[in-house]
Design a protein around this ligand. Sequence first.
Ligand code: TYD
Length: 146
Amino acid sequence: MQFELPKTPTPIDGCFIMNLEAHGETGRGSLTVAQNSPEFPLKIKRIFYIYDIPAGAVRGGHAHFKMNELVVAVTGCVDVEITDGLKHHTVTLRHPGQALFLPAGIWRSLCRFSAGCVVLSLCDTDYDEADYIRHFDQYIKHIRKQ
Ligand code: TYD
């Protein structure tokens, strides 16, 4: 029997790529801004970034109960594999002016980092280990309950 993807929206449809506010100046390079505003998709409370990532490393591998996140490849490129347990996509981030919005409840893994890649995350909560779902079977149980 063939598995049919749901035609109605599922949580993964809440993910999107957005262009950040950019100020390029001829001959002086580019400057990109992320700041809280009514139009911004989350209220920035915390940032972190990952770097010095060895070849073949995979980061993420979890979902969050409450935290929304914007992910930016500030340098280099990275594949972000996302799923909501029903559908999955791979999004390649390769431009510092673009951000991937991941709402709470999306399972994500970051892989295939280019050499020297730096990935910035903008989050709307403080760090809280209790907000992580770190096991995929626990994640599937969680989304089935919803
Ligand atoms: P984790 O979120 O699992 O990283 P990744 O998703 O990139 O694999 O975090 C790795 C470790 O860093 C873990 O021990 C928790 C710690 N950490 C903090 O203490 N504060 C933070 O804001 C973050 C994001 C992680």
